[in-house]
Design a binder for this molecule. Structure first.
Ligand code: SF4
Length: 227
């Protein structure tokens, strides 16, 4: 049975009305039955986060794509392959990170045999915020890297622009957890020609900042402010 609290999450830009409580495994199980917005109806399954329950660093994406929908795991499609390469270049081990998405179900438009990715709307994003808030409350990451505007705005608010403000460490609403925004791997894949190379290099550079900061945070007490 779900255990819920009315306590808002202070880490995210917007609070949630009800916060599901439990271990990550319990939350994953609860989220399988979520019907809080219409997206569950046409998706294969909930794509919940995955990674160690004591991870220092959370990587936050936007919403699952078709491969994630079929496998039930985040970042396994082409964008996941690019992310794996960028993580390796930045000196980060995927197995040590907690990876999740802002919205947990695949949204798409059928086009013949294809399922074309469609962005979750504001109401769907807000409905799903409860699961991200619950993951953050359970995991208590020291640093969250938001990839793409949907994820960045979940952390830093609706006015945040990845194009202007990526790559900078900043404190989140609770005053202790830190956040950093960067490009989503899908945006790198979509960028044409030389732009793709530049975005990829910026993604790797931002992940290096996260790698160095998360390594430093592991040696500091939990309430220490950013350097
Ligand atoms: S997208 Fe999120 S809020 Fe909507 S049904 Fe899926 S888990 Fe629930």
């Amino acid at each position: 049975m779900s255990r819920r609290s009315t306590a808002p999450s202070q880490v995210l830009a917007r609070s949630v009305a009800e916060l599901p409580r439990g271990t990550l495994a319990q939350l994953r199980s609860q989220a399988r039955r979520c019907r809080a917005c219409p997206l569950w109806a046409h998706a294969t399954q909930t794509v919940f986060g995955e990674g160690p329950a004591d991870a220092t660093l959370m990587l936050l994406g936007e919403q699952p794509g078709t491969q994630e929908d079929l496998s039930g795991r985040p970042f396994v499609g082409p964008a996941g392959g690019l992310l794996d390469r960028a993580l390796e270049e930045a000196g980060l081990e995927r197995a040590e990170l907690y990876l999740t998405n802002t919205v947990k179900h695949f949204k798409y438009e059928p086009r013949g045999k294809l399922r074309l990715h469609k962005r979750a709307n504001a109401a769907e994003q807000q409905a799903c915020r409860q699961w991200l808030a619950a993951e953050v409350a359970s995991l208590r990451p020291r640093l969250i890297v938001a990839m793409g505007s949907m994820a960045a705005q979940a952390l830093f608010g609706a006015a945040f622009k990845v194009t202007r403000e990526r790559g900078k460490l900043r404190h989140l609403g609770d005053g202790t957890t830190e956040g950093l925004a960067t490009w989503h791997p899908s945006a790198v894949l979509r960028a044409p020609g030389p732009g793709r190379v530049r975005l990829y290099q910026e993604l790797v550079a931002d992940l290096r900042v996260a790698q160095q900061r998360s390594r430093a945070l592991r040696t500091l007490p939990a309430a220490s402010p950013a350097a």
